[in-house]
Design a protein around this ligand. Structure first.
Ligand code: B1M
Length: 222
């Protein structure tokens, strides 16, 4: 693997945000995800390559270590911060789609769920695909989704869930939306979500990744 991508991955894996960050102690004084991502872009490495080959595999390692109880929540949080410090450089590239908006897309992580890295990636890519994105954030209850839909009745809605426990809230929100707005299209995603689950809860489409979400929206208006 490209050396700089490997180094970015290590920064995410071990939560090294930037050079000034004292954490982790054994990487003190070294460049972090922030500086290395800037350098990678300056060296001509494509943003999607940094994402696919540096950031996402590193986050997968973090998740595996957490599952094996080799790390705990604070380390996961530092990894997330390091990932965000890298993503802030990638964001403008993913968002530089056409200026003319193709439609509106409301997105949020469902109630009880604070994970937002995947949701933010989906938002960025969809925005880059030319849609106006209304990002409701994390821990979004049904009422907040309904209010946003009432204000933007022509929007497509996207729900993200990262916890098996919050998949149940996704189901409740989908049911409430469909009851009031049966024609409105709902896209769901997040690590524990599957196409079978999507079908079971009455959502319209499941995408395992941001590109699938972009493609789904594209075919809705074609
Ligand atoms: Co949490 N966490 N976490 N966590 N966390 C997971 C999800 C977990 C799998 C780790 C593990 O055990 N291996 C596990 C869930 C287990 C389960 O339910 N089956 C877990 C747990 C248990 C928890 C806590 C309960 C831990 C605790 O407190 N004891 C707690 C819950 C807090 C809460 O939400 N109420 C918790 C907390 C946290 C942090 C706050 C520390 C932090 C989140 C920080 C943040 O998001 N700002 C965190 C992190 C970082 C993770 C892992 C390590 C990484 C998640 C991530 O960002 N992945 C994660 C393990 C893992 O996933 N490997 C884990 C990278 C991201 C790019 O992928 O989000 O899957 P992902 O998004 C993908 C796709 O899923 C898809 O596109 C993205 C790009 O490909 N996608 C969509 C996502 N949303 C989509 C929507 C779409 C379409 C596609 O359409 C609308």
């Amino acid at each position: 693997m490209n050396d700089i991508l490997f180094r970015i991955g290590r920064c995410v894996e071990f939560g090294k945000i930037d050079k000034a960050s004292p954490y982790p102690p054994d990487m003190k004084g070294q460049e972090g995800a922030d500086e290395l991502t800037r350098q990678a872009l300056d060296n001509g490495i494509k943003p999607d390559e940094i994402l696919e080959n540096g950031l996402i595999p590193a986050m997968a390692l973090v998740g595996d270590k957490f599952s094996r109880k080799e790390i705990y929540v604070p380390q996961m949080l530092m990894a997330a911060r390091a990932m965000n410090s890298s993503m802030k450089h990638l964001k403008p590239f993913f968002q530089s789609g056409e200026t003319k908006r193709k439609g509106k897309f409301i997105i949020g992580t469902v109630s009880g769920d604070l994970h937002d890295i995947g949701k933010n990636l989906v938002s960025m890519m969809i925005e880059g695909g030319g849609w106006e994105v209304i990002d409701l954030g994390v821990d979004v209850g049904t009422d907040k989704f309904m209010k946003a839909i009432d204000e933007n009745p022509d929007a497509v809605v996207g729900l993200s869930a990262l916890l098996t426990t919050t998949m149940e809230n996704m189901k409740k929100t989908v049911a409430a939306i469909k009851e009031k707005h049966s024609e409105l299209k709902i896209l769901v995603g997040g690590a524990p979500v599957t196409s079978e689950y999507c079908e079971k809860i009455g959502a319209d489409f499941y995408s395992p990744d941001p590109q699938g979400a972009v493609n789904y929206l594209k075919q809705l208006i074609s």
